[in-house]
Design a protein around this ligand. Structure first.
Ligand code: NDP
Length: 262
């Protein structure tokens, strides 16, 4: 049997075990997936070997540490410098980032010419890298200036609330944690009103609740989406890596969707 874990803090809320276990069972793959509450990021590598697992997902706040502990990192994980999926091969740790392509998969049917990313944390980095890779025009808007350096150094259009020039954006994405455990909007109401007036889509990466951001977007008749599809697709891509691309993606997606709804 192959054994997988999701490391995080907190991790109890994670829906990854039910998604992966249901899909293992449905595809007759001899695998088991569980949660591990990790308190100290410095123990991540030791725990991986101590628990003798074959692979892992890594969630907040350990994705940067996960990048550091890998012997090899693949694809877009190298530009984001964050890893959410690790497999063990010949006792070496190989790291991937499936959050970025997972997000792209969730919005790829949308017709938009440009996007505004609210927030400048790990998720904003992942989305900006995949947009850059796909030649999508995007702008970053963050509450504070401090975190914008990464984006400015990459040559991305980046603003804080003070110096933001409002423009027409088709797609607005909330990657901040505003609305996760509170009723805050991710930017001042006046800025959001001006942006929403000309927008088509509003996407929040938070899932499991309708955030104030999505509620407000609805009032402006935008097409809205929460983070559930991103969660689903990052999981589908991780599952493919865990099972060495043995199954059809459409089949994995079907069972992961069912597992997510359990
Ligand atoms: P980070 O901690 O790296 O970044 C948080 C960002 O949110 C910062 O830019 C911060 O701005 C901003 N922020 C926090 N509070 C507020 C506020 N009240 N108003 C405005 N801006 C605020 O977080 P992550 O990128 O790791 O995660 C962000 C969210 O994405 C979380 O809610 C997480 O659950 C979700 N997520 C969902 C996934 C999915 O599969 N659906 C996958 C990964 C993450 P400042 O710099 O000014 O502090």
């Amino acid at each position: 049997m192959k054994f997988f874990i999701i490391f995080g803090n907190p991790v109890a809320h994670s829906k990854s075990p039910q998604m992966h276990n249901f899909t293992f069972k449905s595809l007759n793959f001899d695998g088991c997936y569980t949660r591990y509450l990790l308190k100290d990021e410095n123990l991540l590598k030791d725990k991986f070997f101590e628990l003798n697992i074959d692979g892992a997902n890594i969630t907040v706040p350990f994705k940067e540490k996960a990048f550091e502990i890998c012997d090899e990192t693949v694809g877009i994980a190298n530009s984001i410098k964050a890893v959410n999926t690790i497999i063990k091969k010949d006792n070496k740790l190989i790291g991937y980032n499936t959050d970025a392509p997972g997000f792209y998969e969730s919005i790829k049917s949308y017709k938009f010419k440009n996007a505004l990313i609210l927030g400048a944390g790990g998720t904003a980095k992942a989305i900006s890298e995949i947009f850059d890779e796909k030649n999508i025009d995007f702008t970053i808007l963050n509450r504070s200036k401090k975190r914008l350096d990464y984006f400015i150094n990459k040559g991305y259009k980046s603003f804080s609330w003070d110096d933001f020039k409002i423009d027409g954006f088709d797609l607005i994405i909330n990657t901040t944690s505003a609305g996760l455990n509170d009723e805050n909007l991710p930017a001042p109401k006046e800025i959001l009103e001006s942006i929403f007036k000309n927008a088509k889509y509003a996407v929040d990466v938070i899932y499991g609740k309708e955030t104030p951001f999505l509620k407000m977007a609805k009032e402006f008749n935008l097409t809205i989406k929460d983070g559930k599809d991103m969660l689903l697709y990052q999981g589908v891509l991780a599952f493919e890596i865990f099972t060495d691309f043995e199954y059809e993606k459409s089949e994995i997606e079907k069972y992961m969707k069912e597992g997510l709804e359990l």
